[in-house]
Write a protein that binds this ligand. Structure first.
Ligand SMILES: Cc1cc2nc3c(=O)[nH]c(=O)nc-3n(C[C@H](O)[C@H](O)[C@H](O)COP(=O)(O)OP(=O)(O)OC[C@H]3O[C@@H](n4cnc5c(N)ncnc54)[C@H](O)[C@@H]3O)c2cc1C
Length: 485
């Protein structure tokens, strides 16, 4: 998020002075690291959880996937601009084309998927989507789904080419490398932000406000303070503690709840070669939306591999690399204690689910895998860490639950600080989030003539059918630069 914000801001206004701090020794190795997320370019194509099942027989509502598709396109447009203009190179190192498949079994789910397909296919974003209930056809799209499956079982799938697998860590590191080379910009690692204090400033002879940002070099222990007119708290799991340090009134009552993730990984070439898709399934009962299982081809560290999961895990850490088991207890304050207790009391099924996930055996995990890949064998798979998400908990969430809370930008009343909370739909819509931050705190940049070059789809509603032809032209150009076609 910070890499995209920094690079896009500098591109819009080359006179800006930007400093990025990263606590870890390496950049983008927390949530955005390739292994710590599913790498799905969330365009709404296969994520069944964005289109909940309707119990009254009415057609499945597909507006949310249409919105997400348009938001994700802004990310592709910016990255395409970054490649075309020479800011970054070699897009294959961070983005690759991959069919996206939604897969279900059972009569009720098949009916649901058909309704979802009908709704989506009618929109120009998803016109290329295909549907099938035929085992042979589905097997031709993704052989592992049908090998060893009872031919009488009722299954259905939708497939769309044009989906993507993304290494969000690699694209972040490329953007940060570019930013670090720009005049008046710098990126410092092993440097943790340990204090944020509001200060009065005078800007163009007018009283204004900004922040004293205190950092600690984690290798030498040396502390340093700089003053900034604007601070973006894009610290992932570290954002809530920083907001608490800043004492922002807007952050009062906010809590954080960390959920760890695990993947099952298969590196066996003869199995990996049989799968070339991201296959998302139906949400399991009581599972949070982040735990919807999927069987994914990934291109990580220059190698094709297979990931299945995620499996939720219990943790009290907010950050994988630089966090500690005390993160959760230390985030509990008098102003958020009641919110946290209420959430715990009203989300007992979720708490039970997390406890049960944490104690799962390999056989339990393979039972979930067999829904997708019936002939999978435990000995071909190993369990690896899959990162941590800190779900933001708001006072007003009440019984709405904590883990269905999307990404939210929080901005101080005087616009001198923005922060990102929540985790879903995540890195895919980072540019849409960045544009929201810029719109709130740097509104004059939104009308910059450069915007049309940097994010060509910004400012027009391409969800409207009359804009379909122009959208397709822009989308094709971006995909050519990103070497997706
Ligand atoms: C299991 C799982 C699967 C996911 N799958 C997907 C997916 O398929 N597609 C998708 O789009 N999204 C996915 N996500 C979400 C996505 O990974 C995140 O939304 C995104 O990476 C968050 O980026 P970020 O920049 O906010 O956080 P991060 O990448 O975590 O970056 C924050 C950085 O701030 C640093 N930091 C923290 N505190 C401080 C401090 N005090 N001082 C200095 N630095 C600090 C951290 O070290 C870190 O490097 C998934 C997440 C999980 C857990």
């Amino acid at each position: 998020m910070s890499a995209n914000l920094g690079a896009l801001l500098k591109r819009l206004d080359p006179a800006l002075r930007i400093q990025v701090y990263e606590a870890a020794d390496e950049l983008a190795y927390e949530s955005s690291n390739g292994w710590n997320n599913a790498g799905t370019g969330h365009a709404g194509i296969c994520e069944i959880s964005y289109t909940p099942i309707t119990r009254d027989g009415s057609p499945v509502k597909v507006q949310k996937v249409i919105d997400i598709f348009q938001e994700f396109e802004q990310t592709l447009q910016f990255w395409s601009h970054a490649v075309a203009s020479g800011m970054i190179d070699n897009p294959k190192e961070f983005i690759n084309p991959l069919p996206h498949i939604a897969f279900v079994d059972g009569e009720e789910q098949v009916k649901f998927l058909r309704s979802r397909y009908d709704g989506m296919k009618a929109h120009h974003f998803f016109a290329a989507m295909e549907w099938s209930t035929d085992h042979a056809k589905i097997g031709s799209w993704a052989p592992l789904l049908t090998v060893g499956r009872d031919p009488k079982q009722s299954i259905a799938a939708t497939k769309m080419d044009g989906g993507t697998d993304i290494n969000f860590g690699n694209v972040s590191r490329k953007l940060l490398a570019w930013l670090a080379k720009q005049p008046d910009c710098s990126v410092l690692s092993s440097t943790k932000v340990v204090g944020l204090k509001k200060v009065g400033l005078v800007v163009s002879n007018q009283p204004s406000s900004g922040w004293n940002v205190t950092t600690r070099n984690l290798k030498t222990g040396v502390e340093h303070t700089v003053t900034a007119k604007f601070v973006f708290v894009g610290a992932g799991g570290g954002s809530l503690p920083l907001l608490q340090k800043a004492g922002l009134p807007e952050a009062r009552g906010l809590g954080g709840f960390p959920i760890g993730g695990h993947w099952l990984v298969c590196d066996k070439p003869e199995i990996v070669a049989q799968h070339q898709a991201k296959v998302y399934g139906q949400n399991l009962p009581e599972a949070p939306t982040m735990a919807v299982p999927h069987l994914d081809t990934r291109i990580l560290d220059g190698k094709k591999t297979l990931l299945f999961g995620p499996f939720a895990a219990w943790t009290t850490r907010f950050l994988h690399r630089t966090g500690s088991w005390t993160d959760l207890p230390r985030s509990v304050k008098p102003h958020n204690l009641m919110t946290l207790l209420k959430i715990a009391a009203t989300n007992f099924p979720l708490v039970r689910y997390l406890m049960q996930q944490g104690t799962q055996s390999m056989a339990d995990r393979m039972r979930v895998m067999h829904i997708f890949y019936p002939s999978a064998k435990a000995e071909d798979w190993k369990l690896v860490d899959g990162g941590i998400r800190v779900q933001a908990i708001k006072k007003t969430d009440g019984e709405a639950g904590i883990v269905h809370f999307g990404t939210e930008v929080l901005t101080s009343a005087d616009k001198s600080m923005s922060a990102l909370l929540g985790a879903s739909p995540g890195a895919s819509v980072c540019v849409n989030i960045v544009l929201e931050v810029i719109n709130k705190s740097f509104p004059h940049l939104m009308t910059s003539p450069r915007m049309a070059e940097i994010v060509p789809t910004y400012g027009t509603d391409y969800r409207k059918p009359e804009n379909a032809a122009r959208f397709n032209a822009l989308a094709t150009e971006a995909r050519k630069h990103l070497k997706l076609i």
